[in-house]
Design a protein around this ligand. Structure first.
Ligand SMILES: Cc1cc2nc3c(=O)[nH]c(=O)nc-3n(C[C@H](O)[C@H](O)[C@H](O)COP(=O)(O)O)c2cc1C
Ligand code: SF4
Ligand code: SF4
Length: 431
């Protein structure tokens, strides 16, 4: 049976599933029940200086799918609204009672060294395993010069990280904001500052919807609203890309990454790990479905690892990174063509409409004159293998994309004679 235990930047945990800094990790009551359910670790809800933050009502809004499943989640909550002393006391108690679980303390303080120098020994005294610097909160705190206001300026990221390394022996995880053009810049700055790891993503600036009667965005506070932070399933692709960017960057390669963003099951977690994450953090899925989702996560990951012959997470961590490349290095000679399984087809015609109106007119609609029966067939020579019909088809596996044997060798765009700047052409011009 696969061994799910990890050591992430020196922090040991019985499994890679941690709860992210957020309401699920707000107090001992929650964290104890999370540990009872089987979570390997938590990042405690962000602590700040006293007096504690004050929250508004209401705080959350969401984007729903057709069956009212939550696709995206938005919040305008601040950091902890409980006193520093109470939080630190509870962290110490929980760590003592659960020594095998990881407890990381999230921190957000003003950009002045003395605040950090003052709080770090207090956090260390709790017995916590590490700290996470919240440079990502996109609402409320940036207006006070904290959160994303720090995370968006690589120089600040580096400076505060260095203070933490100077004033504490604990591993320092820098949590990055996705509200930035190039995620590699703050990641490099964190590494320069001495960070032991980065975690990402925090939430994405968002307005989920507008109440068109009251003419105000959600969530409504009195008669007004403000932008919030977007998370949940909808942000997973953005998070995966940012994790991959950091994992691929020669300047940050090897820097441990804690993957966060839309993780709701073992497969999501495995995808982050395949792209280089050493552990994962979960918030929205736990808020929507409770702590027991970790059972499926552990069980599913372990079974899948067994089926693949992976004994430990290290066996597949980062395995998809070398296969994630720049567009210019993709094989121009690789070719797939859509294939329709006529036994599965329900003749809805969606693929035909999609390909006819917006792709390459490569799906013929054949109508039997006598019976009026319809049939859809791919015109192989017209199909460019874009996938649109497969995506549009309501029947899973009815349309498959079949790789073609072209007999042509790998050739990327830098080598392609059709590329005006291709190396081949440049060479031939030189000759
Ligand atoms: C209600 C709420 C409160 C949050 N509070 C914090 C916080 O205090 N500190 C922090 O670093 N991240 C906070 N986050 C961000 C999460 O830790 C996490 O980075 C983000 O939600 C993406 O993960 P998810 O898609 O699993 O929710 C909060 C998220 C939500 C939804
Ligand atoms: S893959 Fe694209 S081009 Fe080919 S049939 Fe489907 S929609 Fe048309
Ligand atoms: S979309 Fe799928 S089910 Fe509908 S006609 Fe095309 S192949 Fe058949």
């Amino acid at each position: 049976m696969a061994d799910l235990s990890i050591e992430f930047c020196g922090i040991k945990s019985p499994n890679p599933f941690w709860l992210a800094s957020a309401p699920p990790t707000d107090k001992a009551y929650n964290v104890i029940r999370a540990f009872e359910a089987g979570w390997g670790g938590v990042v405690w809800k962000t602590l700040g200086e006293d007096p504690p933050a004050v929250n508004v009502s209401s705080r959350y809004s969401a984007i729903y799918g057709k069956n009212r499943e939550v696709i995206g989640f938005n919040n305008i909550e601040l950091i902890t609204d409980r006193s520093l002393e109470q939080n630190l006391q509870e962290i110490a108690e929980v760590k003592k009672a659960w020594p095998d679980r990881a407890i990381v303390v999230s921190l957000m303080l003003p950009c002045e060294e003395h605040y950090w120098a003052d709080i770090l020994p207090k956090v260390e005294a709790t017995g916590a395993d590490g700290i996470e610097l919240n440079f990502g909160c996109p609402h409320g705190m940036p207006e006070r010069g904290m959160g994303a206001a720090v995370g968006q300026v690589p120089e600040y990221v580096q400076m505060v990280t260095a203070w933490c390394k100077k004033h504490s022996k604990l591993p320092v995880i820098v949590k990055l904001t996705p509200n930035i053009t190039d995620i590699r810049k703050p990641a490099r700055a964190a590494k320069e500052g001495g960070a032991d790891a980065v975690s990402l993503i925090n939430t994405i600036n968002s307005i989920t919807s507008i109440d068109l009667d009251r003419m105000v965005a959600l969530p409504i506070v009195g008669t007004a609203s403000t932008h919030g932070g977007y998370c949940g399933a909808a942000v997973k692709p953005i998070a995966l890309n940012m994790v991959a960017e950091i994992a691929r960057d020669p300047e940050t390669r090897g820097l441990p990454i804690s993957g966060i963003g839309g993780i709701a099951n073992w497969r999501d977690a495995a995808e982050f790990i395949a792209l280089g994450a050493g552990c994962v953090q979960v918030c929205t899925a736990a808020m929507l479905h409770g702590f027991r989702i970790v059972e499926e996560m552990k069980d599913g990951l372990s079974r899948w690892m067994d089926s693949k012959g992976y004994r430990t997470l290290a066996d597949f961590s980062g395995k998809a990174v070398p296969n994630t490349t720049d567009w210019k290095y993709l094989d121009m000679n690789y070719q797939v063509i859509a294939h329709i399984d006529q036994n599965e087809c329900i003749q809805c015609g969606r693929c035909h409409v999609a390909c006819e109106d917006t792709s390459h007119q490569a799906i013929a609609q054949i109508i039997d004159q006598a019976s009026g029966a319809r049939r859809y067939e791919v015109i192989d020579q017209e199909c460019v293998g874009c996938n649109l019909c497969e995506i549009t088809c309501p029947v899973q596996n009815c349309i498959t994309m079949v790789p073609q044997v072209t007999g042509k060798p790998y050739m990327n765009w830098t080598q392609d004679p059709r590329n005006p700047r291709a190396e081949v052409k440049e060479e031939s011009t030189a000759v």
